[in-house]
Design a protein around this ligand. Structure first.
Ligand code: CDP
Length: 788
């Protein structure tokens, strides 16, 4: 689509270079760890070596003798203020610091406050904790067995380890469809526990000013306003009321959902600052980040798909065990304990479906965050895209043909899915066809047949996913009761320059650029003249923050709505200046002119000046507007990915030879940024498919708790991505955009797995669990007698 604005205005559709990059690439970003305040103290945390143990005693005597150590904070210290437990986003409870027992390895046990970071670390080494180990529950299936140790002994009425049972769809109707099916395929699949590995770990500087009674917290949070409200709710009883709390999210080096929750470290640092009256900095290290912060995924899925012999899918049945660790600290909207997992019918016109999830406590870190994913969509997409290929294999049908046959036809949009969502728009067949043409699908199938005849292992995998992003319509979505909308506040200065503030918070997505482009598109003011600010609760309008690709669908929409309000007022001012009726005015980017007399016109800059110097009498001066945008629906971006892999028979190594990604996120604000989002997302999709996993041994010891064994992809493992797009605008979004930030992370893993299974299908392989490590593949090759 050709941009409507000039390169100078740089509205939508221009690949404007990111305004934030000059400071980032010069090392001039301002991250939490860059913040230095006078008299600032440092905090470090004592962590548990055991996954489940009683705390018999904590002795801080030696630690307090370490030069520079000022205080050791324990659960008992916090209990005096009733701050030793805190609520989670899912209305469960989480220990800030324990008073009785620890529930996972690396759990916070005590905090040391010192004059510098090194002294704090020495203090941590010197704290003596006496533990009494308890039986450890690692396996969520065993956790549900009768007789399993009950983990949450703090909950007096809790008699088992089940957190919740959630279901969607019609079980009886689905069972009936299965009974009538020609073909039924079944597959178990595990989406392992993984972890966000942002460049920047989590941290904060808590600064309580005893004179003003105001608490300022600079922190790595994706949702500063929600955090302020939660802090006020949790600590209101000790005098921290909301107007006395300021949360500042400075630059953030990657969030991906991992910087949504409130971690104990933040709360302890705040408590320490309030008690000591000095600023306290806490920045976790890499291992703490991987081992103790909220995890993602960990879904054990059993999927069944019913179909007619001709390949028409008729019903889907899903049963899932979700391992949530010791508390349910998932970062989901409140009414959705299994997130948006009910998008699991995917891109297919399924008439019957039933899905159920049981959340389970184990001795692992809590979480279940939306790691570059709209609340469990990655798990849903993996499930449906994998089981679709299992069906194709069973029917001996080409997986592309099977998808084409079952796609929701484009005429059926808006489409009401059997599990309750209304998909806004889609054109799946065009998207898959484009991917097939780009990669040369028919030729690849021929090449594969030739290679197979020679004993070479090559596979082609497809994923045609549908996403669900932009939480959300407030009628469905809230976080602890706070409705999910988002905001923009736009102020045009007298000289026609703009300050625009938002309730979201970029963590690298480029909001300073793209929000400016939206304002430029709507008002004709050059994007270069639009200053975008986010992340300071003292100045930004209230919003729910940035995660789950919600910024464009919510705050992006608010930017357009607020700009349009400004344009309405600008029109009145223009009519006053041009001494004509508003009805006689026409708008073209950046100016109003009189119909039929284009030489009689006023630019938005003329109008801005007049708003402060020559406004019509009776009108309020100034030119600004705010929008709190409550979207009428979510947006449903989609894509078709095709992956080609070659497998080395000697080592089991999977090489992604080609990867074509055709994405559709509706109208695009900045094509270069969207491509960048997809590149990053694809790398993060390849990661769990081939490399990343956090597992635990039977004693609950974490495996994969450092970058030595938690393998993030580098440029060596990632192929050269081949991107393309289709554009199917959202009918309800003010400028037809859908979110895109996470599409690729969600869509990529099943394309890779399907390619690997496709390479091995002739050997009788139906499924391979992720991460598809060389060892895992080599074992299969050995078992099938084809290892070299
Ligand atoms: O919420 P988050 O910013 O992570 O996700 P998003 O709304 O999908 O946006 C990611 C980045 O892509 C932002 O800079 C958006 O402005 C940009 N984007 C775009 O240029 N066009 C779209 N249709 C969607 C997003």
């Amino acid at each position: 689509m050709e941009p409507k604005t000039s390169a100078q205005v740089c509205g939508m559709g221009h690949s404007m270079k990111r305004k934030e990059d000059p400071r980032f690439i010069r090392g001039r970003g301002n991250y939490v760890d860059d913040i230095q305040l006078p008299g600032m103290l440092h905090m470090d945390i004592v962590r548990s070596p055991f996954a489940h143990a009683k705390i018999k005693s904590i002795n801080a005597d030696k630690a307090l003798k370490v030069p520079g150590v000022l205080a050791v904070i324990t659960g008992e210290t916090l209990a005096k203020y009733n701050l030793h437990w805190m609520p989670t986003l899912m209305s469960d409870t989480q220990m800030v610091l324990p008073t009785e027992k620890v529930m996972y390895q690396a759990q916070e046990v005590a905090a040391v406050i010192a004059t510098d970071r090194y002294a704090a670390a020495d203090g941590v080494e010197a704290v003596e904790v006496d533990y009494d180990p308890l039986p450890v529950v690692v396996d969520p299936f065993k956790a549900l067995l009768p007789g399993a140790p009950i983990l949450r002994t703090d909950k007096k009425d809790k008699k088992d380890n089940r957190i919740f049972h959630w279901e969607a769809g019609d079980r009886a109707a689905t069972d009936q469809a299965f009974a009538q099916a020609d073909v039924v395929v079944k597959q178990d699949m595990y989406i392992p526990r993984i972890h966000v590995a942002s460049i920047e770990t989590c941290g904060c500087v808590a600064d309580f000013d005893r004179v003003t009674g105001k608490l300022t917290v600079y922190m790595t949070t994706q949702a500063p306003h929600a955090i302020r409200t939660v802090f006020a709710l949790v600590a209101g009883h000790v005098g921290l009321s909301e107007e006395k709390i300021r949360i500042v999210s400075p630059d953030i080096g990657g969030g991906f959902g991992g910087k949504v929750p409130v971690y104990p470290g933040y709360v302890i640092a705040v408590a320490a600052s309030v008690v000591i009256g000095k600023p306290v900095k806490w920045v976790e290290d890499r291992m703490e980040n991987l081992q103790a912060d909220s995890f993602a995924r960990d879904y054990h899925i059993h999927a069944e798909l019913a179909a007619k012999r001709d390949g028409t899918m008729t019903a889907l049945k899903i049963k899932t065990i979700a391992d949530h660790g010791y508390t349910d600290a998932a970062a989901n909207p409140s009414k959705f304990p299994a997130g948006l997992y009910s998008i699991v019918t995917g891109s297919y016109d399924l008439k019957r479906a039933f899905a159920e999830v049981d959340g389970v406590y184990t001795n692992k870190p809590p979480g279940g965050i939306a790691y570059r994913c709209s609340f469990r969509v990655t798990e849903a997409v993996h499930c449906i895209e994998r089981i679709t290929d299992v069906l194709a294999q069973e029917l001996k049908m080409d997986p592309a043909e099977l998808r084409m046959k079952n796609f929701i036809p484009k005429e059926k949009f808006p489409y009401k899915s059997v599990l309750g969502w209304e998909y806004d728009s889609g054109d799946y067949a065009t998207c898959l066809q484009k991917a097939m043409d780009k990669i040369g699908y028919a030729e690849l199938r021929k090449e594969q047949a030739e290679k197979r005849a020679r004993g070479e292992l090559m596979g082609i995998g497809i994923s045609s996913f549908t996403e669900i992003v932009g939480a959300g319509p407030s009628k469905q979505f809230d976080i602890l009761g706070i409705k999910m909308f988002d905001s923009a506040e736009i102020r045009v200065h007298p000289t026609g320059k703009v300050l625009a503030r938002f309730g979201t918070k970029s963590q690298g997505q480029g909001h300073e650029t793209t929000y400016a482009q939206i304002v430029a598109e709507e008002l004709g003011i050059p994007a270069a003249h639009v200053q975008v600010e986010e992340g300071d609760t003292d100045t930004a309008p209230y919003g729910l923050g940035t995660y789950a690709s919600r910024s464009t669908p919510t705050s992006g929409a608010a930017a357009a709505v607020a700009s349009r309000k400004i344009r309405e007022k600008a029109k009145k001012i223009a009519a006053h200046l041009l001494e004509c009726s508003e009805d006689d005015l026409v708008w073209e980017t950046g100016k109003f002119s009189v119909k039929g007399s284009p030489q009689r016109s006023k630019t938005i800059q003329d109008i801005a000046l007049a708003a402060y110097t020559n406004h019509p009498q009776g009108m309020e001066p100034g030119l600004e507007a705010t929008s709190y945008y409550d979207p009428p629906n979510l947006t449903f971006p989609f894509g078709s990915y095709i992956c080609v892999v070659d497998i080395d028979r000697g080592t089991g190594m999977v090489k992604v030879r080609r990867f074509v990604a055709v994405d559709d996120c509706g109208n695009i604000i900045n094509p270069m940024i969207v491509d960048g989002q997809i590149h990053g997302g694809l790398a993060m999709g390849l990661a769990p498919a081939l490399l990343e996993e956090i597992s635990y041994d039977e004693d609950g010891n974490v495996q994969g708790g450092s970058f030595m064994d938690y393998l993030v992809p580098t440029s060596m493992e990632t192929p050269s991505w081949e991107l393309d797009k289709t554009i199917t605008p959202s009918p309800h979004h003010p400028f037809g955009a859908k979110g895109v930030g996470e599409s690729a992370t969600v869509g990529a893993p099943p394309a890779i797995v399907n390619a690997v299974v496709d390479a091995l299908a002739h050997l009788g392989v139906k499924h391979v669990e992720i991460p598809i490590t060389p060892e895992r593949v080599w074992k299969i090759l050995k078992e099938k007698g084809v290892a070299e």
